[in-house]
Design a protein around this ligand. Sequence first.
Ligand SMILES: Cc1cc2nc3c(=O)[nH]c(=O)nc-3n(C[C@H](O)[C@H](O)[C@H](O)COP(=O)(O)O)c2cc1C
Length: 149
Amino acid sequence: MVNVLLVHHSPSAATARIAEAAESGLRMPELGDIDVTVRPALEASAEDVLAADAYVLGTTANFGYISGALKHFFDTTYDAVREPTAGRPFSYWIHGGYDTTGAETAMKQITTGLGWKLAFDPLIVTGEVTEEHLERATELAATVAVSIP
Ligand SMILES: Cc1cc2nc3c(=O)[nH]c(=O)nc-3n(C[C@H](O)[C@H](O)[C@H](O)COP(=O)(O)O)c2cc1C
């Protein structure tokens, strides 16, 4: 059975809705038997990453960068997972209030370093989270899951 790891930092109700929408995309019955592991970014481990076949990530924009929580996730797993997980599909969302530029650059740089393969255009949300954003988060996650070779 394939395993998809959803790692997110969702400190507000609005960001939690995006995470829930993404998780629902991974649990769509049409996708078949998928093992879904959901971890708050501060609880995700290198073992979680190694055990998964694909990754869905979510973060807020904070101080012109990704959240400290998702940064901590990358800091503590990067070296152990970089080689064994290269080429695995992934995508992500970023939720910011006004400017997500630095967070977008960070996600591109870090995931390029990891060698992960972008399976769906990242979802970038600035300000209010709409139904359209939630639908896109669901589609994003489902697409990552079906991109597992
Ligand atoms: C300490 C702090 C720093 C933040 N820095 C940024 C930032 O650099 N860029 C941005 O677009 N939003 C920033 N935000 C807004 C958050 O991204 C936003 O609060 C988060 O996405 C949750 O959205 P919500 O407050 O609408 O629920 C910041 C928020 C906090 C609390």
